[in-house]
Design a protein around this ligand. Structure first.
Ligand SMILES: NC(=O)c1ccc[n+]([C@@H]2O[C@H](COP(=O)([O-])OP(=O)(O)OC[C@H]3O[C@@H](n4cnc5c(N)ncnc54)[C@H](O)[C@@H]3O)[C@@H](O)[C@H]2O)c1
Length: 313
């Protein structure tokens, strides 16, 4: 295989903003087919990216188009069934986050991937953000992380929950995925959630003890002033503050050192600095080399387990 023949299921905002333009740039990828239930979007995207094989039924696409890999970028409530159809058709799958609407769905998809011996990757783009990777490298070179704090705040007071799921799964999952990536398997979770000025849970705080001894903190308020995302990685006599996708600050000794994402990548583009380009490139390379990527459904299961524990309170 020289080029990965890719099919897209769900050509909405995420596919149109990130995955399709990025795949069009990756020379090892060929966007071979597209399936979208909205006819207008289907023709728009197929025209823009010169995709010859168009479908409104993903099962027909899986049967008729010659594909090596499929992107499932539909809404979370539709994802599980489609992903399992793709695995049953023996395709490698890139699925957007969240990996199902709950832990059970994530498990079912993982079981199907394993049964069909298919490669999977979940779109947790921040795992490829250059400043997050840099922060992890800095901590590794300084004895490791002993404590991670993740904060994610937004103002969704007038919008409320969407996709019919908690914001813990639709949004806060991004921050919890980084916490879980650094911490590994959680051993003990104390959490507190609240409904403030609304009839849906919009405030989540958690204290996590991981099996490897690392401590994790989550602080998240979704009726707050604005969108704000921040991490602290603590080590012995060092702290790195991360403000994705823009910069990190190293606190060691008297002075703080600032590293901007553009110092690492040469660009201010979000698609690079938030990790979208690298996650797509990695997936295509892994399909070509038949190699497991770092964030498979199996890795995502840890994040979903952590979410379940936090959601219980
Ligand atoms: N990584 C990130 O930062 C990030 C950001 C935004 C959204 N997302 C995720 O991306 C996914 C898609 O979000 P979006 O904002 O693009 O949603 P969207 O509603 O804009 O797009 C989903 C598309 O899927 C299509 N669709 C639904 N069912 C289908 C089916 N059975 N077959 C074919 N097409 C079907 C819809 O018509 C729609 O065009 C969500 O799971 C969301 O959580 C991730």
């Amino acid at each position: 295989m020289k080029r990965v023949r890719v099919g897209i299921i769900g050509a909405g905002w995420m596919a149109g903003t990130y995955h399709l333009p990025i795949l069009a740039e990756i020379k090892e990828a060929e966007i071979t087919a597209i399936s979208e239930i909205d006819i207008k979007k289907l023709h728009q995207m197929a025209g823009k990216y010169k995709i010859k094989n168009i479908f409104t039924d993903h099962k027909k696409m899986l049967k008729e188009a010659e594909l090596d890999a499929v992107y499932v970028t539909t809404r979370p409530d539709a994802i599980k069934k489609i992903v399992i159809d793709c695995f049953n058709a023996k395709k490698a799958v890139f699925l957007e986050k969240p990996p199902g609407i709950n832990l059970k769905e994530c498990r079912e998809m993982l079981r199907s991937a394993e049964k069909n011996k298919c490669l999977s990757m979940v779109g947790f783009n921040r795992r490829y953000s250059p400043i997050i990777l840099k922060a992890r490298e800095i901590l590794e070179n300084n004895g490791g992380v002993n404590h991670i704090l993740g904060e994610f705040h937004k103002n969704l007071l007038s919008k409320g929950e969407y996709y019919g799921i908690s914001v813990l799964i639709s949004d806060i999952i991004h921050v919890l995925d980084i916490i879980s990536w650094v911490g590994g398997k959680s051993k003990k979770v104390m959490s507190f959630s609240n409904k403030i000025s609304a009839d849906w849970k919009n405030s989540f705080n958690a204290l996590i003890k991981f099996e490897n001894g690392i401590t994790g903190n989550l602080s998240s308020n979704f009726i707050s002033g604005a969108r704000y995302e921040r991490f602290e990685l603590h080590g012995k006599e060092i702290m790195v503050e991360i403000m994705p996708p823009d910069y990190l600050k190293i606190y060691k000794g008297e002075k703080a050192e600032l590293i901007k994402a553009e110092d690492l990548t040469g660009t201010k583009e979000q698609r690079i600095n938030y990790g979208f380009f690298a996650e797509n490139k990695t997936f295509i390379e892994c399909v070509l080399k038949k190699k497991e990527p770092a964030h498979t459904l199996k890795a995502a299961l840890l994040t979903m387990e952590l979410i379940k524990k936090i959601a219980q309170n």
